[in-house]
Design a protein around this ligand. Structure first.
Ligand code: 9MR
Length: 372
């Protein structure tokens, strides 16, 4: 990382004054007039090529519910301004998960997702949908229910059809199947209610039902720990080839990218994405953050920040190096709302902005790769 580049980008950032209101636009970012006060190089989305989406998760639900701050997306005006000005893609962090959007059988809670989709349209952003078939964050009525196989199948089909069709044409990519393999590349046949009760064939059905509900949306497998070429990513490579041969509508493979500086940068990320690209798929990085060891109350050291910037940048460069990798999403952009310290004691500072939304070296590293 070159210090000079960081310094000059920081100078640009300090001169930046965010407009009180961003102009709304339905057109893609490239066709939009620049918001007043923003030079093209000042934000991530304006630094990126027209066909490349730089995204973030929209904070809400999940761990946020137990924190002392009010729901960020609805209450933090500065958060909303940065969300609009920096990103061309947004993902629901928790708001489209089963427990959130389908809290009682047959009763849906769409308000938050509606607000996210509306926000995206007002700000010329695309949306990633997350997620439809997962072993985690399912409501109790589902996990503890006593359903026949036939009922369970109908419940899944109804959920996918209802949710995907409601937002048809408004969600660019859906994480249809999330984290279906364990670290050995074995299907989660116990943890995942759908696979356990209905068998692995239900995964292909989920893709088919999602495709029927929105033929335009790109349908993805999504997982963590699949950045490198390893047993888990091999398992995806196998199952995806099988599905493609059977005509199952699978369009993409996504690596989440929850990285820790305790471990080295995942070897061969670009080559791994490329082998899925070679199958004719889109690829994406969908949830990147880079956590570090951080005693409570301590600040990261300059060396830690530089290493973090390097991880973020290498991940972005890997994606940029693969033709069909057009979407790179960070899992939250400001430390105060990150899931990391809530889940990993003694670790944190995993995002690209400090709590006052000033930019870390990792931010400038991403920006400098985007402008190339
Ligand atoms: O960021 C999400 C957090 O708010 C939730 O509490 C948590 C519960 O599992 O899920 C987090 O998001 C996860 C994502 O949906 C799937 N990949 C791993 C992410 C981090 O745990």
């Amino acid at each position: 990382m070159k210090v000079t580049r960081l310094a000059s980008a920081a100078a640009i950032a300090s001169a930046l004054v965010l407009p009180a209101a961003l102009p709304s636009a339905a057109a893609p970012p490239s066709d939009r007039p620049l918001p007043p006060g923003l030079a093209k190089q000042d934000t991530l989305r304006w630094s990126a090529a027209d066909d490349f989406y730089i995204g973030t998760a929209v904070a809400g639900g999940g761990h946020h519910v137990s924190q002392s701050y009010p729901a960020p997306f609805f209450n933090d005006q500065q958060y909303r301004e940065v969300l609009a000005s920096e990103f061309s893609s947004i993902s629901a962090e928790n708001q489209m998960k089963w427990e959130f959007i389908h809290p009682q059988r047959g009763r849906y809670r769409f308000a938050e997702t509606d607000a996210i989709v509306e926000f995206a349209q007002e700000n010329g952003q695309v949306v990633r949908g997350h997620t439809l078939l997962w072993h985690s964050q399912n409501p109790e009525w589902l996990e503890e229910g006593d359903f026949s196989d036939q009922e369970l199948r109908a419940i899944l089909k109804d959920h996918i059809t209802t949710v995907v069709s409601r937002y048809a044409g408004q969600i660019q990519q859906w994480d249809v199947a999330n984290e279906i393999f364990d670290s050995e590349g074995t299907l989660r046949t116990e943890e995942n209610i759908w696979i356990r009760e209905l068998g692995p064939g239900i995964i292909a059905d989920a893709f088919r039902w999602a495709h029927e509900a929105d033929p335009e949306a790109k349908l993805f497998f999504n997982d963590y720990g699949v950045e490198a070429n390893n047993a888990k990513s091999d398992a995806y490579y196998e199952v995806i080839q099988k599905y493609l041969a059977q005509g199952v509508p699978v369009h993409g493979f996504a690596v989440q990218g929850h990285l820790s500086m305790r471990y080295g940068f995942p070897a061969g990320l670009e080559a791994n994405l490329q082998r899925f690209d070679d199958l004719g798929l889109e690829t994406a990085v969908t949830e990147i953050d880079v956590r570090m060891d951080l005693p409570i109350g301590a600040d990261p050291t300059a060396a830690q920040l530089e290493k973090q910037a390097n991880y973020y940048q290498r991940a972005l460069e890997a994606c940029l190096g693969v033709e069909g990798c057009n979407s790179f999403t960070i899992w939250g952009f400001v430390d105060k709302y990150s899931w990391v310290p809530v889940f990993f004691e003694g670790q944190g500072a995993a995002t690209v902005m400090w709590n006052d939304f000033t930019r870390k070296p990792a931010y400038y590293a991403l920006q400098s790769s985007l402008v190339k």
